[in-house]
Design a protein around this ligand. Sequence first.
Ligand SMILES: *Cc1c(COP(=O)(O)O)cnc(C)c1O
Length: 372
Amino acid sequence: MIPVSQPFLPPKDEYNVLISKIWDTKWLTNNGMFVQQLEKELLEYLNISSLHYVNNGTVALQLALKSLDIKNEVITTPFSFIATTTSILWEHCEPVFVDIDPKTLCMDPEKIEEAISDKTEAILATHVFGIPCDVEKIEEIAKRHHLKVIYDAAHAFGVKYKGESVLKYGDLSTISFHATKLFHTVEGGAIVNNTGEKLDHQITLLRNFGYEGEDYITAGINAKNSEFHAAMGLCNLKHIDEIIMKRRIITETYEQFLGNRLERPFISNDIQYNYAYYPVIFETEEELLFIKSKLERNQIMTRRYFYPSLNKIPYLKNTYSCKISESIAKRILCLPLYSDLHLDDVENIAKLMTGESRNELTYNGWSRIYRF
Ligand SMILES: *Cc1c(COP(=O)(O)O)cnc(C)c1O
């Protein structure tokens, strides 16, 4: 079976060396040595100035909203993982959906201003699949209307825009280090703060129950992560360049077989990409379902990522229409991509999709676009 994603695991010996140290010190959590070391190494690797390691990417989003004291309407994207929306709801804020740009699949900045009301406090946009939002336009709009900007950069580890980490944009950016992400610490995440020390202090406080010594300053939460998780991160970080390189080669192999046959999100030359996902966009949902089940019969797993469009989830108070996101969510499929995926398998997946492998089932809609 070929899964849609598979976590990278470092050589066991490398992890064991660090784990033995935990046995020596018996320090398991609460801002331990490995947590501090991981934060330091991530700052260096990403070339950013402030990062707070937390226990997952969803809590990172919640802390981001909380630390900026956001309480009302948040303009957000319908094309993202469910946690982008639920973190807004969990903080008792109102998500206001703005449709996406069909090329980049990120929030369309041209549609932001018409969604701003006197209750709008922030923009929470996702660098979806690691493709940066139009950060310059969003910044300009946010300045003009005095809005805070948070980027859900869960997919954007290692992505550069005009030579600099994309995490440098927005007041805050959040990342996920979940096992399915490009760089992982089993569970984990981080908040990148671009606003200075005041917010660093607030995030540190909120991450640790809201108290300092014997001073109970604010109602915080437990967002700390453990030494075991940080140790996994330290091991994985040593292999990250190799992980990204292998993913690039896999992506180029897909491109070679599928690139000019299937619609793909647009990645501009300003972007140094991380090869986090390989999404393809079909002409119709029927075509997607046909290919998905065909691959499944061949033990190849794919994922409808993201489906449905988040403005359509059933527990929202208000209804929003986001035609582009709704249409793309029905037609987009992520193909298997992980560093240990064999190139032979990539070729096989592509050939099954294009009908070039033998004993094919064919499909009228599909063949309309492809060769027969
Ligand atoms: C994975 C993900 C999250 C949540 O991160 P967790 O670490 O799983 O909590 C948030 N947003 C996006 C876009 C994601 O893909």
